[in-house]
Ligand binder design. Structure first.
Ligand SMILES: NC(=O)c1ccc[n+]([C@@H]2O[C@H](COP(=O)([O-])OP(=O)(O)OC[C@H]3O[C@@H](n4cnc5c(N)ncnc54)[C@H](O)[C@@H]3O)[C@@H](O)[C@H]2O)c1
Length: 561
């Protein structure tokens, strides 16, 4: 086997890319990059990691999205100045990734301003150029408004779809309830809906509420029914208060508010056009309700839009969950766990999320084994180059185990007991008890904090594992959720669902309905343009006169009689 980067260089490249992602909340994949200066081995390791994650080196004539500076400031400065000359609105992130010394001299470009924690704007250079340093901890949190502005900048697709809705006047006077994580990206979605003419009411669960962001929305005139300190009873009151404003359309994440409306406010359902649901796990109970004939409104399956599942579940969640896990692991004391560069990882579930998680772990140098109960998906994992094994066997030697199934008891008590001592276990799917924490405690395990969002579970016989974030969805509660560009696509799909409900909500069945393929394609076209590419033109139409039946007879056995 050809030698890869040495473990330290690999760990440095991994940390640098994760610092970039944490500072910017941006996607690594699908971006064009250039590396300037530095030791060729460092540059090689970084290049391999970025391309492994789906980014690509820019061709000579192409504009770049990320400039990774590894050498001296003297090498970096002229390249930064050259790249700063770019079309308006095309963001360039300059990453100071100097391994031992800074590779960028910030002072060379005049005064800098915090754009969000860890990101500096350089107004004298350009409105579109930002600096990130991988060797420095983020400064104080800039105002929530700045964080919203940063998110909005990277959401061109949602902006374009919302502008169409605004220009068409379709949303005017419509009340929309947004029940999602309350953070900068969803705040931008809410503001786009408001700007397009809707009256927006926002609800969020307490542990999913950023109070500063909530304040920005209130100051902008939106009704926000969310508080990070709300108790369970108060959260229910807030959610019911949102429903009592009489939204015609609900945008939900996890279908909690859609289900609450069915349980507590069934009389409101006939006044609604419908809802849109963002997640796989949120759609599951709604499909059961539809099969039982108890779903009272049409629900557009935004999760199943190709522009959502293929990107959010796969690339977005892959990057954000694995990076969140490794960031938490980096914060643990040596000796508390067995994760190391080039170690063994197991991914349970090879759906869209599992595929992305496996891809990112492999790019970071882990030896990945997949455990999957669906033989077809297991076969796909094999064809993608991963060994496949039953979970109970695979975990015995694994350093890191991630569940990507979204099913309770995936890492059940038996799996927990079979896992190697010191193995780190985490969840990318995100349902309650995906790691069987309750069963472990009932079986005598004692949980001890060992770091931020990390606990050691020790059984009376001395066996121990480290569980991250109490088995919660690790990218959501321990990090900033999915990258902005990914949420931009998902929210464009949400806006497509809103359009569908406005245009033909009263014709739709009271069922989980697929999103219009045309909305998906329109989203993808806008996104291709935003990523600097164009789709192939549609294929030529069949040269068949419209009024003639197509001839489908075979000619292999001679001319048909
Ligand atoms: N963290 C996030 O930001 C995020 C984003 C998107 C989706 N999700 C969640 O991730 C979960 C998975 O989403 P998906 O789109 O990949 O779903 P999916 O249905 O495509 O994939 C799940 C896979 O897990 C397999 N599986 C189920 N139980 C298993 C078990 N015990 N052992 C091994 N394999 C098992 C299934 O056969 C399936 O292939 C869902 O709950 C979804 O809501 C989380």
């Amino acid at each position: 086997m050809p030698p890869g980067p040495d473990p330290e260089t690999r760990a440095w490249a991994s940390a640098a890319v994760r610092r970039f992602a944490a500072a910017t909340n941006m996607l690594v994949g699908a971006r064009r990059f250039r590396i300037v200066g530095g030791d060729p081995r460092d540059a090689g390791a970084l290049h391999a990691l970025l391309t492994g994650l789906g980014a690509r080196p820019a061709a000579d004539h192409e504009p770049i999205d990320q400039l990774w500076c590894l050498g001296t400031p003297d090498e970096s400065t002229p390249v930064i100045e050259r790249e700063a000359d770019r079309p308006r609105g095309a963001t360039l992130v300059v990453v100071d990734a100097g391994r031992h010394l800074p590779a960028v001299d910030e002072d060379a470009f005049g005064p800098v301003v915090a754009a969000r924690p860890g990101v500096l704007a350089v107004p004298t250079l350009s409105d579109d150029v930002f600096l990130v340093s991988t060797g420095r901890d983020p400064e104080d949190d800039p105002a929530a408004e700045a964080r919203l502005r940063w998110a909005r900048r990277s959401m061109p697709v949602s902006r374009a779809v919302a502008a169409e809705l605004r220009d068409g006047g379709l949303l005017r006077g419509t009340r929309i309830g947004v029940a999602m994580f309350l953070e900068p990206k969803t705040a931008v979605l809410s503001l786009l809906l408001r700007d397009a003419g809707a009256e927006v009411v926002v609800y969020a669960h307490a542990d999913e509420t950023d109070d500063a962001v909530a304040e920005v929305l209130r100051a902008a005139g939106l009704t926000v029914l969310a508080r990070s300190t709300a108790t369970t009873t108060e959260q229910k009151d807030l959610a019911l208060a949102m429903l009592d404003t009489g939204p015609q359309i609900l945008l939900d994440d996890g279908s909690h508010v859609i289900r609450l409306a069915h349980q507590e406010r069934p009389d409101l359902l006939p006044t609604m056009l419908g809802a849109a649901e963002e997640t796989t796990s949120g759609l599951r109970p709604l499909r059961v309700m539809a099969a039982r004939g108890t779903l009272g409104i049409p629900v557009v399956a935004v999760n199943d839009a190709r522009t959502k599942t293929f990107f959010d579940n796969r690339y977005g969640t892959g990057q954000s969950t694995v990076f969140a896990v490794l960031d938490l692991v980096d914060g643990l004391a040596p000796g508390t766990h067995r994760v190391q560069p080039g170690g063994a990882a197991v991914v349970a579930g090879f759906g869209h999320v599992g595929e992305g998680v496996a891809l990112v772990l492999a790019a970071l140098g882990f030896r990945v084994t997949v455990a999957e109960t669906d033989p077809v998906r297991a076969l796909q994992a094999l064809f993608a180059g991963y060994p496949v094994a039953p979970l109970i066997d695979a975990v015995r030697d694994a350093d890191l185990v991630m569940s990507a199934t979204g099913m309770p008891d995936t890492l059940d008590l038996e799996v927990l007991r079979a896992s190697a001592d010191g193995a780190v276990l985490a969840v990318a799917g995100g349902v309650d008890q995906e790691i069987a924490v309750d069963a472990a405690l009932a079986a005598g395990a004692v949980r001890t904090p060992v770091g931020r969002k990390a606990e050691r579970f020790t059984w009376p016989d001395g066996h121990d594992v480290v569980v991250l974030d109490g088995g919660g969805c690790v990218n959501i509660t321990a990090a900033e959720g999915n990258p902005i560009e990914i949420m931009d696509l998902s929210f464009a799909a949400q806006l497509g669902a809103v359009r569908m409900l406005l245009e033909r909500g009263d014709e739709l069945d009271r069922a989980v309905v697929p999103i219009d393929p045309a909305a998906d394609e329109a989203t993808a076209r806008t996104a291709l343009a935003a990523f600097g590419s164009r789709p192939a033109p549609p294929g030529p139409l069949a040269a068949q006169p419209a009024d003639r039946e197509p001839d489908v007879r075979t000619r292999r056995f001679g001319e048909p009689s």
